[in-house]
Design a protein around this ligand. Structure first.
Ligand SMILES: NC(=O)c1ccc[n+]([C@@H]2O[C@H](COP(=O)([O-])OP(=O)(O)OC[C@H]3O[C@@H](n4cnc5c(N)ncnc54)[C@H](O)[C@@H]3O)[C@@H](O)[C@H]2O)c1
Length: 249
């Protein structure tokens, strides 16, 4: 098992990609701290993780800084360390550039950028001790500047920026910081498909592999790789797990 005895925090892991990552990591022997605001789904993921290894559940709003620090402290107390930090949760609403308000920017930065930043700062002492791995989340919407995604694209590119800085600053200390830019069929994407079916169809036709990824098999396995010693010589990178949609140069 690639993550035997490792301790991982995965935000937004009650459902979607986060759940897929939690299960993929638990199957490789990691203890997973499931962090989410959705209690019902969180309990389901915890029960599934507990079939494989010992997990923990934190039903907390990570847009509040004090909650982030509480979670990091509680995970350290329960499992004695933190090896892996996955900053996956992110909420945003679409609007044209001209209709994007400060409230929409605050929602996207408040649930995506700031929690990523705070978790990285809060977990840093433990990550340093463990020679740990950070996995943050980017998006093709940010890389491509997709229409109606001003608030989301801005927060995602800000996350990429701080990930590169942290990779440079923390590399000498043995901490790896990478990002996944995924495409996967999740409840969030299903909602988006309902709201913007034409954009959804267009996206599917732009994916060379002509399908959306599976949260556990396609995204979770890459997260396992980035969390394991197999990726020790990779840092500061955005890994495209998007069926070939975007080729970074
Ligand atoms: N699904 C895709 O195709 C796709 C594409 C590009 C990028 N991404 C990125 O991948 C990540 C996961 O995407 P997803 O589609 O699984 O998302 P999702 O919306 O399906 O799931 C997000 C999870 O985060 C939780 N959450 C939301 N706000 C929270 C808060 N304040 N505190 C704690 N938990 C909170 C939700 O309850 C949910 O369980 C995100 O960063 C997303 O931006 C996804």
């Amino acid at each position: 098992m690639k993550l035997s005895g490792k301790v991982a925090i995965v935000t937004g892991s009650a459902s979607g990609i986060g759940r897929g990552i939690a299960l993929a990591m638990a199957k490789e022997g990691a203890h997973v701290a499931i962090v989410d605001i959705n209690e019902e789904k969180g309990e389901e993921t915890l029960a599934d993780v507990n079939q494989l290894t010992e997990g923990a559940l934190f039903i907390k709003d990570i847009s509040k800084k004090e909650n982030v620090y509480e979670i990091v402290m509680a995970v350290t107390e329960k499992f004695g360390k933190i090896d892996i930090l996955v900053n996956n949760a992110h909420v945003s609403r679409q609007a044209s550039f001209i209709e994007t308000t400060e409230e929409l920017l605050d929602l996207s930065f408040g649930t995506g950028f700031y929690p990523t930043f705070h978790f990285m700062q809060a977990a840093y002492p433990e990550l340093k001790k463990a020679q740990g791995k950070v996995i943050n989340f980017a998006s093709g919407a940010g890389l491509d500047g997709q229409v109606t995604q001003t608030s989301y694209a801005a927060a995602k590119e800000a996350i990429r920026a701080i990930s590169r800085v942290a990779a440079n600053e923390w590399g000498p200390e043995g901490i790896n910081v990478n990002l996944i830019s995924p495409i996967a069929l999740t409840p969030g994407v299903e909602q988006w498909r309902e709201n913007a079916p034409e954009l959804y169809e267009a996206m599917l036709n732009r994916i060379p592999l002509r399908r959306l990824g599976d949260p556990e098999q396609d995204i979770g396995q890459v997260a396992v790789f980035l969390a394991s010693n197999d990726s020790d010589y990779i840092t500061g990178q955005t890994i495209m797990v998007d069926g070939g949609s975007i080729k970074l140069r």
